[in-house]
Write a new protein. Sequence first.
Length: 190
Amino acid sequence: MIKVIGIVGSPRVGGNTEIIINEALKAAKEEGAETELIRLSDKEIKPCDACLSCRKTGECRIKDDFQEIFDKMTRADGIILASPVYFGSATPQIMALIHRAGYVSGAKGRIFENKVGGPIVVARRAGQNFTFAQMLFFFLHQGMIVPGSTYWNIAFGREKGDVLKDDEGLATARNFARKMVWLIKKIKSF
């Protein structure tokens, strides 16, 4: 069974970021994947303090909800990280997860290597390209495989539900998820 997780970095439950990632997960499920939505809004993910103890122990010494999410990331075949644009960049919640996951993955021998994944970004008006690149660099740094779609995985919306008016953004997120599952199936068939 293929497992795809979608991690929502927005503090708003049920907001535009969660709506678009649910659309992507629905498309992945239609292609045969088991899916799970993870909200960082009800989790505590403290920022990395660069202690580098993970290089010695292979574990993060900070005690919060990170380990539970990291374990799900390691078990997943596909990972989608989603964030709204906050002051021109990704939310602190998703960046804390990315930083710590990257360090611990490296300490454990690059455990995300060759997994499939990518970012989805929701913007009100601007900052989407930087935020998309900021999150994309995590996947590339970790040696993950990022499938394309029909455009960049970006959608627009301000008020809750506005993203549902962005037909192109919705289609792009759905196509991205379908490509993820297609690619995971190809990789697993070898």
